[in-house]
Write a protein that binds this ligand. Structure first.
Ligand SMILES: *[C@@H]1O[C@H](CO)[C@@H](O)[C@H](O)[C@H]1NC(C)=O
Ligand SMILES: *[C@@H]1O[C@H](CO)[C@@H](O)[C@H](O)[C@H]1NC(C)=O
Ligand SMILES: *[C@@H]1O[C@H](CO)[C@@H](O)[C@H](O)[C@H]1NC(C)=O
Ligand SMILES: *[C@@H]1O[C@H](CO)[C@@H](O)[C@H](O)[C@H]1NC(C)=O
Ligand SMILES: *[C@@H]1O[C@H](CO)[C@@H](O)[C@H](O)[C@H]1NC(C)=O
Ligand SMILES: *[C@@H]1O[C@H](CO)[C@@H](O)[C@H](O)[C@H]1NC(C)=O
Length: 583
């Protein structure tokens, strides 16, 4: 691993990565690749390219067809600001000290060099569009400008309406609804939607850069949907007739779940349409017809986002950058759509910590590229006509071994994939290495005073293994991945979803290995930022071989005692110990 890292560092890696065996074009070597950094808010791997036959996501699928897709990728906390701060600094929440939606890392942990800042320091033009940092106080009211960005971050004028009463109701008034298809954009404040405005800006940015091709860019585009409220152009509902929508295969309360693990989805309940249902507090469930509506609208909002993303990719291609731009694509965390009778993120399950995650590297990951342009815009409605989908039952028949990968074997979805574990903290070192920049060193135990270091690992060895660029059948990789979630109290409160820093009293540390998910809930002191590992308030153990959907907490089953002891030791040894190489 170390030798591979050394090998690929610096200018040599640029030639190696971008030009493959054809290193004749010396002039290209003087120019680093651009980076297109795509993030989608609250997007779980519910996509065509992850084998979800009901989904119509042709543009993301097209990107996947020329990328390496990671099928076991996880974030470090299933909440926007903690997750984003973590992957943008490449440090885990215990180091960033960011567990809530309001605190800014530069105020509380350290003056860390962020991923875009590192590219900016290395001569890149960096631009943030839409939601990259969590906006507001969480990023110093500036989206971390000018530290991270060459220009101020772009936010569409309609973003300010996002969480307000902006949904046209049957009564002609505007409401705050979770389910909000918009028949005509003239009906919503500002006459547009944030993701459309972000896309327009990104398209213009790319067009402008084609006139200044000598300076590489790092363009970060953060899409807001499918974050709730699910507000999107109503035509996308046509892709998902209600007759094809099914409930989550496991919309049942997990067996022996400690109540501290439960997310009562308080923020979803704040919508008028959900409040009107008088869903029992705190455990629900939502009425089944509303569950179906939520699943339908999450799908429609995802297809709407796919179309905007397709416009950005098409503009990249038209501006002449398809051959020299590295693209990363990921969600900031997953989302429960009725699994475990839960909604939203706010938990430690696979369904909320697992993300779609892929890297497109020109000349390296495009071996299975379909003919024609690299990124033609693909219209969802034409695509759906040509590719009739089956119902969600295909994915809900309980036969699948892994959530979200009940492939219908559609060859057009194609692309390369890997089961190697990946974590969102790996983004920073991976993109640095792919761009030929020095990969930041691994952080020491106390990293508050170290501006530039990583708690992740560059995924380039895995990408090169999968693409057979440098196959290494004996390559050893991470043995486990780690996430965490805070709570204000053991029993669900209004603030359990996303407690403010000073209200946090408990931390749940979770670890996913090949065969298990194991979690410990511990008292947590925010004055000292320490957990009391001697006092375990609750444990969870899910045995993936028998229970891939994590429905049965087996932690207190006596026969699992030795396994619990072993996993507890491994959890406490932490992420450093899960790496096969020495730190
Ligand atoms: C933070 O780091 C930047 C360089 O990355 C430096 O210019 C700035 O002065 C530092 N701020 C503080 C408060 O140390
Ligand atoms: C940072 O901390 C200072 C004082 O500790 C506070 O006044 C300021 O509001 C904080 N800023 C942010 C963005 O949290
Ligand atoms: C939306 O409404 C405007 C104004 O009422 C109308 O001119 C336009 O044709 C409508 N668009 C669609 C697609 O219905
Ligand atoms: C593109 O360039 C034009 C003309 O210089 C400028 O007005 C506009 O703000 C630029 N847009 C972006 C997104 O960079
Ligand atoms: C590397 O590739 C080989 C097949 O070529 C595969 O068996 C192995 O699991 C891969 N290792 C990793 C860590 O991706
Ligand atoms: C919790 O929220 C409900 C409304 O959903 C409200 O009636 C109740 O007062 C809140 N409780 C607290 C402690 O804030």
């Amino acid at each position: 691993m170390e030798s591979m890292k050394m090998f690929a560092v610096g200018l040599f890696s640029l030639i190696f990565v971008l030009l493959g065996h054809d290193a004749t074009s010396a002039s290209s070597a003087s120019r680093r690749p651009n980076v297109l950094f795509l993030v989608v808010d609250d997007l779980r791997p519910r996509l065509g390219c992850y084998g979800q036959s009901v989904m119509v996501t042709p543009n993301i699928d097209r990107l996947a067809a020329t990328s390496v897709r990671f099928d076991r990728a996880f974030v470090q906390q299933a909440l926007c600001n903690p997750s984003r701060t973590s992957f943008l600094t490449s440090r885990r929440p215990d180091s960033t000290r960011i567990f809530d939606l309001w605190t800014y890392f530069r105020n509380i942990s350290g003056n860390f060099t962020t991923l875009p800042q590192y590219f900016k320091d290395n001569g890149y033009v960096t631009q943030s569009v839409g939601k990259i940092f969590h906006p507001g106080s969480a990023s110093g009211f500036t989206d971390d400008y000018p530290h991270s960005w060459t220009y101020p971050a772009f936010h569409g004028s309609t973003e300010k309406h996002m969480l307000g009463q902006v949904c046209p109701g049957a009564d002609g008034q505007l409401h705050k609804y979770a389910v909000c298809p918009v028949a005509n954009l003239t009906q919503v404040p500002g006459g547009s939607l944030p993701d459309i405005q972000s896309t327009d800006f990104a398209v213009q940015f790319l067009h402008n850069r084609s006139r200044q091709p000598d300076q590489p860019f790092f363009l970060a585009v953060g899409f807001h949907k499918p974050h709730q409220p699910l507000r999107y152009p109503a035509k996308y509902l046509d892709l998902y007739p209600m007759s094809k929508i099914r409930l989550a295969p496991n919309n049942v309360f997990p067996q022996w779940l400690p109540s501290v693990a439960w997310n009562p989805y308080f923020s979803l309940r704040q919508n008028e349409d959900v409040a009107a249902l008088h869903v029992p507090w705190p455990f629900g469930p939502l009425p089944e017809d509303f569950q179906l509506k939520m699943r339908q609208s999450y799908s429609a909002a995802t297809s709407y986002t796919d179309a905007q993303l397709g416009r950005v990719l098409e503009a990249l291609d038209q501006a002449g950058f398809a051959d020299n731009t590295v693209i990363s694509f990921h969600g900031d965390h997953g989302w429960s759509l009725g699994e475990h009778e839960e909604w939203c993120k706010f938990s430690n399950f696979d369904i909320t910590t697992r993300i779609p995650f892929m890297f497109h590297v020109p000349g390296v990951t495009s071996q299975k590229a379909p003919p024609g342009k690299t990124f033609p815009f693909i219209d969802a409605f034409t695509y759906a006509k040509d590719h009739p989908t089956t119902t969600e039952e295909d994915c809900a028949n309980g036969k699948r071994q892994k959530p979200e990968t009940c492939s219908r074997g559609n060859p057009e979805v194609g692309g390369l994939s890997t089961d190697a574990f990946a974590e969102a903290v790996d983004l920073f070192p991976t993109l640095a290495e792919l761009a030929g920049l020095v990969v930041p060193p691994t952080c020491p135990e106390n990293d508050a005073d170290i501006p530039l270091c990583t708690q992740g690992s560059s995924l380039v060895p895995v990408i090169h293994n999968v693409t057979k660029k440098s196959p290494s059948p004996t390559l050893e990789w991470k043995k486990a991945v780690f996430s965490q979630y805070p709570r204000p109290a053991y029993y669900p409160q209004n603030t359990s979803d996303s407690p403010r820093l000073d209200a946090i009293t408990i931390m749940g540390y979770t670890m996913r290995t090949d065969f298990h998910r194991y979690t410990e809930w511990l008292p947590y002191d925010t004055a000292t930022f320490t957990a009391d590992w001697d006092t375990v308030l609750a444990r969870e153990l899910y045995v993936h071989a028998d229970d891939p959907l994590e429905n049965w907490n087996m932690a207190d089953v006596t026969s699992h005692g030795p396994l619990v002891t072993q996993l507890s030791t491994q959890l406490r040894a932490g992420w450093r110990n899960a790496l096969p190489w020495t730190q």
